[in-house]
Ligand binder design. Structure first.
Ligand code: PEP
Ligand code: MN
Length: 338
């Protein structure tokens, strides 16, 4: 439930509504806006009686949010959330944010060479896994903290923000000490303990869509993080499983405009994991931006043939440069920049 106050409502009016919500056994969340303040009622409100607040001074109207996810819905907040990074990048703003880098951090030389390509091409965020969720326990699991230190070094040298995966609640705090954005992987989208943990770490979070997650499940995953008090959440479409193995996954491009209509959170497209095939990454990056994504995250490696993970989908440096040029051209048609 959302209580919308008149633009003339006083601080006392807002406090009175908050007190009433508390007395009803819920948590009030005041959200001051440019025009007026709205107060969210947080908790299981399926059977809440709104007559206690409807008649209070300063109350304009009461909205019952129909979706299962509340705080991430457009009903709750109409304007798209903008997540500001230290280097001036604004995710959810008018410009499309390009994130790039290797699947895994492998060595200093590999990461610095990848970072240089991303920075020169106009990317604002460097990706690279230090803790890797691998299908096989015998596959490369990532460099761990050493990988995080290399990412911090690359940030220092190239001014790129860092996105890297938090794999479990135990190591999430460590990852948050280094990262500018915490990535929740597809395999962890419904790891509710992890979602609650990253909701308390004070860093922006990107939630990748689970392999077979519905739109509603994906949005409820975001609700978990926001409900812990962390509103800086973005969603990432990275392809879903289907009956056909011709591509690694099926990129659900329609999910981008759909989710943007349902939530105020920014949406990112990941054409790398969605296709698994280098030749398809650039066409699907174009598609994601054309469909309204607020950013893309793309794997690139200085030497894909020697990559320790996801080599077949990693772009060669020249391909990454071309991709950013093309994406910028598409963005311009939509009145957006890069
Ligand atoms: C990744 O970004 O390298 C990754 C493992 O992605 P996903 O969780 O989407 O498979
Ligand atoms: Mn990968």
């Amino acid at each position: 439930m959302l209580v919308v106050m008149h633009h003339t409502a006083t601080t006392e009016d807002v406090d009175r509504v908050c007190d009433a919500i508390t007395q009803m056994g819920f948590e009030p969340r005041p959200m001051p806006g440019e025009q007026r303040t709205a107060i969210g009622l947080v908790g299981n409100d399926t059977r809440v009686e709104d007559s206690r607040v409807r008649g209070l001074p300063g109350v304009a109207r009461v909205i019952h949010v129909s979706a299962a996810y509340k705080q991430v819905s457009r009903e709750w907040k109409a304007e798209t959330t903008v997540i500001e990074l230290f280097n001036g990048a604004r995710i959810g703003g008018n410009d499309i944010v390009v994130m790039g880098g290797p699947c895994s951090v492998e060595s200093e030389d590999q990461l610095m060479r990848a970072a240089e390509v991303v920075a020169e091409a106009g990317g604002r965020v460097l990706r690279g896994g230090a803790f890797k969720p691998r299908t096989s326990p015998y596959a490369f699991q990532g460099l761990g903290e050493e990988g995080l230190e290399l990412l911090a070094k690359a940030r220092e040298r190239f001014g790129l923000a860092i996105i890297t995966e938090a794999l479990d609640p135990r190591s999430a705090g460590l990852v948050a000490q280094y990262a500018d954005i915490l990535q929740i992987g597809a395999r962890n989208m419904q790891n509710f303990a992890l979602l609650k943990e990253v909701g308390q770490l004070g860093k922006p979070v990107m939630i990748k869509r689970g392999m077979a997650a519905t739109i509603k499940e994906w949005l409820l995953a975001a609700e978990y993080v926001v409900n812990e008090g962390n509103g800086d959440v973005m969603l990432c479409e990275r392809g879903i499983r289907s009956f056909d193995s011709a591509t690694r996954n099926v990129m659900d491009v329609a999910a981008i405009p759909l989710v943007k209509s349902l939530t105020h959170l920014p949406v990112i497209g990941d054409p790398s994991h969605a296709t698994g095939v280098r030749e398809m990454v650039t066409p699907m990056a174009r598609a994601a931006v054309a469909a309204g994504a607020d950013g893309i995250i793309v794997e690139t490696h200085p030497n894909p043939n020697e990559a320790l993970s996801d080599g077949p989908q990693a772009l060669y440096p020249d391909q990454f440069r071309a991709l950013t040029r093309e994406v910028a051209a598409i963005a311009a048609v939509l009145g957006r920049g890069v």
